[in-house]
Design a protein around this ligand. Sequence first.
Ligand code: ADP
Ligand code: MG
Length: 352
Amino acid sequence: MIRFENVTKRYRGTSRPALSGVDFEVQRGEFVFLVGASGSGKSSCLRLILREDVPTTGRVAVLGRDLRSLANRKVPYFRRHIGSVFQDFRLLPSKTVYQNVAFTLQVTGSSRGFIQQAVPEALALVGLDGKQKRMPHELSGGEQQRVAIARALVNRPQVLLADEPTGNLDPATSVDIMQLLARINAGGTTVLMATHEAGFVDQMQRRVIELRDGEMVRDEVHGGYGDTSNIPRLAPEEVRGAAAAAALTAVQEVQRQTADLSVVRAALAEELTAQRRAESTAADAVPRASETPEAQAAPIEPQIDEVPVVAPAAVASRTHPIVLPEVDVAELGVADRLGLSDDGTEEVGPTS
Ligand code: ADP
Ligand code: MG
């Protein structure tokens, strides 16, 4: 779906390449974190995928197209298959929420009927129905990012690129956005997210591609920083711990939303019983782990099963994994309508 072949990117007037010999492939339906310190080349990678820029040497192929041979006039059509969101939201300040989401559809010539159906559905998907007439400045940061995500999804892209989408948000709001991206991915959309927030990476246990000074230093299917002692920490311990705890909550929340509730309840009850049993034996000697400040900072050991695209049976348990059933993506409601379900077709927006 996305392939980098020995990609090097040198910007004019710079001595060191921004990307050097980068080589990876992302499959349809994957959720991939692109991590690395500021300046390591994350945004450069995303710009190459969007064909906002071209490699100096090497090859980038996206959705089966070699971007080097993609004619300039075809670039706008190509980009309709790719949604993107950024740290700074990039909404049109003088347009309402509805108009912001409808705007690209209008300029690319979608029918009025399609727009009237797709825009409210995209807004509902991100939890913003009822705020259609608000102006961006009347929204919180998290809500503005949701508008940006709705706008990115309204054209039913196969890939969603997110460049530090939580970079301007507080931890709790970041969790909401992370949760939303996980849900979008559970519906079948390939998600590539650049971030330096290791907490999410630790807890989500998805694939991690790490860049350092433009070079790929890691490509790990079940990534995470928490249990990798020889990798430098990307954030101070407290921040990392708080974000990790928050991300764990997000993962559990996604499960609650997508999995069969009765099974989840039974599994959680079992989990609770096991925890209580463990606590009652250990309670006298040490304070409860969850109450110590160390618990906040310590990496929470996730046992999240890597699962097929439509079955986000993610599991997070300190004691033993809870295995959840496969999820019927149709339960996600409008996801199907928005082309977020993985039905094996190559359906794309009506304007392509
Ligand atoms: P990240 O997103 O990981 O912070 P970037 O991809 O933005 O990293 O930047 C990688 C390197 O390329 C940095 O050294 C940055 O200064 C440089 N760079 C990025 N964009 C340009 C540009 N348009 N012109 C010159 N140098 C650039
Ligand atoms: Mg960047």
